[in-house]
Each structure stands twice: as C-alpha cells, then as structure tokens.
Write a protein that binds this ligand. Structure first.
Ligand SMILES: Nc1ncnc2c1ncn2[C@@H]1O[C@H](COP(=O)(O)OP(=O)(O)OP(=O)(O)O)[C@@H](O)[C@H]1O
Length: 426
C-alpha cells in the first residue's frame, strides 16, 4: 500500500500498482410510510417479513407489502421505488397539468391524455418527499448493510432527462461546480450512504478496506472519472471469475468518509454534462461509482485462518432518455442523445427479457451495450438491486413517463440470486 495522488491531485490512499492495474412526497391521499428496514427483498436471512406500516405526520410516502412469498427462496426480486418530482418552472409556466394521483400502498395512477393507468411499486415518493425521506425509506440502508455482509449491491437511478435522477443520487448537480456549495439537507442518496457506510464500519470489529472507482459511459466509451487526463477509453472484459469488468480502472483505497466524498466530487466534476431544452445541467453519460468493501474476520474454527467478505456497493446514475424534438439536440448533443437512447433501449430489452418468466431462460442481450454488460450481475446475476425510477408529473411528458413506469413494472418482476462473496486468506 502507498499514499499517492492521481493526475488531478486527489489525495487518497491508493492500492499497490499491481492491484491498481488489476483494474481491478405530498399528495392528497393517506399519509403512510413503509418501514423499509424490514423489506423482505433486502433481507438475505429473514426473507419473508412484511413491511410494517407507520404513520408519519407530514410525509406522504406509500408502501406495498410484497405479495409473493412462496417462490424460490434463493431468489430475490429487484426492489423498485418511484420518485415523482414537483412540477418545475417551465412546466408551471406552460400550465402543464399534474397527471399523478397517489392512492397509497405504493400505488400511483397517471393520466396520459385522458387515459389513465395504475402502477404499483415498493414505495412511491410524492413530490414533497425530502432527500432524507429518500435515504430513510427507499431501502438503501438495507442495501448498504448487505454490502457490508458480502453481497454485491446496486442502487440505480432511471428515468427521462430532467426527471430528477442526479438530484436524487447526489443532490443539485450545480454543487460540484467550482466554488459552489449546497445545503447538506440537499445531499443525495450517495453522500448519505457514504456517511452511513462509515458509521456502520466504525462500529464493527476487524480489518475493513474500502476501495472506490468511478467511471462513466459516454457515447458508448468507458472513461475513468478519477483519472480523466489519461483520456484513454477503457475496455470492458469478461472473465469466468469476475464476469464483466473494466480493465485498468483507477482504484483508490479510502480510509474515511471524507476520502469517499473526495472521490465523489472528483468524479462529478469530471463527468460529461451539457445543457439542453429539458435540463440545464444534464448528465450526458451513465455514471457508476463502485465501492468494494472487504471485511476481514478470524475464522471461529481456525485462528490462523482469516475470512474476508467482499461486498460491493455500486451507485448508478443513468443518463436520461430524451425525445430529440423536446431537447432540441443538435450536432454533438444529437450524437450523445442517440447513444444514450440506444444504450437505454438495450437496457430496456434486457429488463423486458429478464422480467418475463419464459424469456429469462433464453438469451439476454447484455453484450449489446457496455452499460448492460456492467449491469449484468446487478440485473440478472448474484446481486441485490434497488431501482429508483424518477418521473415528472407534467402532462407534457406523460407519454415518456408511461414508458418509464412500464419499464419499472417490468423491472419489478426480475429476480436475482444474491450470494455472499468470501475470500479466505492465511
Ligand atoms: N425532487 C426534486 N425537488 C426539487 N428539484 C428537483 C427534484 N428533482 C429534480 N429537481 C431539479 O430538476 C432539475 C433536473 O434534475 P436532474 O438534473 O436531477 O435530472 P436528471 O434526471 O438527472 O436529468 P438528466 O438525465 O438530463 O441528467 C435540477 O435542477 C434538479 O435540482
């Protein structure tokens, strides 16, 4: 191990060269809330506990108890939660209608030009839900607990451009600009997760090592967000042991929450963003912040043997699907839009196949995009996944919103087989 800094001076303890090279809410309805700490999907041991309903004074979240508890006990459904952002100033100026009705119990009804449809998810966050509501009740804490116990866990934000994915994951995107600061109340799921992760780690005994890497997929190329000066596209490879992985990705070892926050800031500053008709600070790439958490413990039966549980925690902020007509894309942004839409189409195809009981036994087109290759394990493998779908309630975007909701419903049917990864060392 040695201390080092990357090209842009990120001061974080880094792994040895070898290991580095290895790439290693407010509606009108009921005010109820899910105790997501008992969500069966995120509980690898007690798998069939039902969510308990709690009343909460001013928050309006709704929840749904999982209904099918009789299935293969090795498998877990992907958890899907939905966040509806408030109407923005463009939408109110245009006098767009508010299309969503919240019936409670994880149900949402959306009106698309006179025809309405109801959808159901694990939790629905209504427009006045706060950032802290999202963190407390989306199930992400359970996800972190599972990563600490050796599972590969993913939190993935999905939805049309401008629907609030980045806001949900990190808070307002402007905060990462030079000299800008944000009220900590606005911090997103990632910053809150990093805090929670270190709080949990500090309470545990034994050696713990947290490593981080951060990449983006921009125009179907993988770029290292922690080493952007390298400006070399990284290759996605496959191996029997690791599945799909990115070769030569910069990996940093983080000792504190501040180290991880520095990684986040560095990556967010380097991420491709652009301005278009639907979002002033639009992410033009899919980003993945990947943490590996090694927890070493002595084998109770052999004092010379140490067992390391290797959990993973990945935060994915997808670029948003967009209608080129609405985003007024031209030249470069058109190439970006097409690339984003294409990779999201492949993701949609994978989700459709995986969500269909018959088709999931057949060919899943993971290899059709880098994004799906890197999400293969989270979606169809041994991972545990939380999908956070973001939508706008605006009538102007209702057809696109319907698409997002349909995808989210399909994703809910996907099942993975979570396994704990162990490494033993003498
Ligand atoms: N729940 C919310 N409450 C208040 N403002 C929000 C909310 N969600 C999003 N916004 C604001 O709306 C704008 C667009 O949000 P954001 O950039 O997160 O969208 P996105 O889905 O990540 O878009 P893209 O795919 O283009 O990157 C931002 O200014 C953001 O702060």
């Amino acid at each position: 191990m040695r201390r080092d800094s990357n090209a842009s001076g990120l001061k974080i303890r880094m792994e040895s060269k070898d290991s580095k090279r290895k790439g290693s809410v407010g509606s009108k309805g009921t005010k109820s809330i899910a105790d997501t700490d008992s969500m069966s999907n995120f509980d690898g041991v007690a798998r069939t506990q039902y969510m308990t309903q709690k009343r909460l004074s001013s928050t309006t979240l709704s929840s749904q108890a999982p209904t099918d508890t009789s299935e293969d006990t090795d498998q877990d459904h992907i958890n899907v939660v939905l966040r509806v952002r408030p109407l923005n100033s463009n939408e109110t100026t245009r006098k767009d209608q508010f299309t969503c009705t919240f019936a409670g119990a994880g149900k949402i009804e959306v009106d698309n030009n006179g025809s309405s449809r109801q959808f159901g998810y694990n939790v629905v966050f209504e427009p006045d839900a706060t950032q802290s509501d999202l963190f407390d009740h989306s199930g992400v804490k359970k996800l972190i607990d599972m990563a600490l116990n050796g599972y590969a866990c993913t939190a993935l934000a999905f939805g049309q451009t401008g629907s609030g994915k980045t806001h949900t994951m990190t808070g307002p995107p402007q905060q990462f600009q030079e000299g800008k600061q944000v009220d900590p109340e606005m911090y997103g799921i990632i910053q809150r997760s990093l805090k929670y992760l270190f709080r949990q780690l500090n309470q545990q005994h034994g050696n713990k090592i947290v490593r981080a890497s951060y990449l983006e997929i921009y125009n179907e190329q993988v770029i290292d967000l922690l080493n952007p000066n390298m400006r070399r596209y990284l290759q996605v490879r496959w191996s029997k042991n690791k599945g799909f992985y990115v070769e030569n990705l910069f990996v940093v070892e983080c000792e504190t929450e501040d180290d991880l926050n520095a990684v986040l800031e560095e990556g967010m500053r380097n991420r491709q963003t652009g301005s278009h008709g639907l979002n002033e600070f639009s992410s033009r790439s899919h980003s993945m912040l990947m943490l590996t958490i090694d927890s070493e413990m002595q084998d109770p039966d052999d004092e010379n043997l140490y067992i390391t549980k290797r959990g993973k925690l990945t935060f994915v902020d997808l670029a948003g699907s967009e209608k080129v007509k609405d985003s007024n894309s031209t030249a470069d942004t058109l190439v970006e839009s097409n690339s984003i839409n294409k990779s999201l189409l492949v993701l949609g195809n994978c989700i459709s196949s995986l969500g269909d009981q018959k088709r999931r036994q057949g060919h899943i087109p993971y290899r059709d995009s880098k994004l799906t290759k890197l999400l293969a394990d989270s979606l169809g493998g041994n991972g545990v996944t939380l999908m956070i779908c973001c939508i706008t309630p605006s009538s102007h975007h209702a057809p696109e919103t319907m698409n997002t909701l349909r995808y989210a419903s399909r994703a809910k049917k996907i099942r993975t087989k979570p396994v704990v990864k162990m490494v033993s060392t003498k």
